[in-house]
Write a protein of this length. Structure first.
Length: 167
């Protein structure tokens, strides 16, 4: 009789482990999906003002450009700058000689330049793509749409920025 009980107990123990592993995998998957959905939901509804303020909040090139944005769906934003973006490249003081005048800025083509923007809490909420060479027109995408458009990666979405970035 013990021989019959022992094999059944072993089978039950194995099936419980499988259920536990399956349960664990399901729980982890659900948590990842929920976290992703929470991040997407957190940045899915943004106002025109949030995106306009979030552009210089995330990227140095947008500082002092006074962006204004319009939208019809709160996912895709058409943004215009009052002034052309500035270069986000810092001069190397070690290579500058005091006797030489500062170099004149070079013309930059902002077409297809990709930059991110932040929400009101300083979290990466989406990204923008330069539409014209002068850098005065940008199309910005909120949340997952910015990932789909290839402007930012999934792991950046929702990350907090302490200060605007360069490059």
């Amino acid at each position: 009789m013990n021989e019959r009980i022992a094999p059944q107990a072993t089978v039950v123990g194995k099936s419980r482990r499988r259920l536990s592993r399956a349960g664990l995998i399901a729980a982890v998957t659900a948590a990842v999906v929920a976290a992703g959905a929470g991040t997407a939901a957190a940045v899915a509804y943004l106002t025109e003002e949030t995106v306009a303020n979030g552009m210089p909040g995330a990227a140095v090139i947008f500082e002092d450009t006074d962006p204004s944005c319009t939208t019809t769906d709160h996912v895709v934003f058409d943004c215009t700058l009052s002034r052309a973006p500035k270069s986000d490249v810092l001069p190397n003081p070690a290579k500058q000689e005091k006797a030489k005048p500062a170099p004149q800025p070079t013309t930059t083509d902002f077409t297809n330049v990709k930059e991110m923007f932040v929400d009101g809490q300083g979290n990466i909420a989406g990204g923008c793509n330069g539409v014209d060479a002068a850098g005065l027109h940008w199309i910005c995408y909120a949340g997952q749409r910015a990932v789909t458009e290839g402007i930012i990666t999934q792991d950046l979405l929702g990350q907090h920025l302490e200060a605007p970035t360069r490059g």
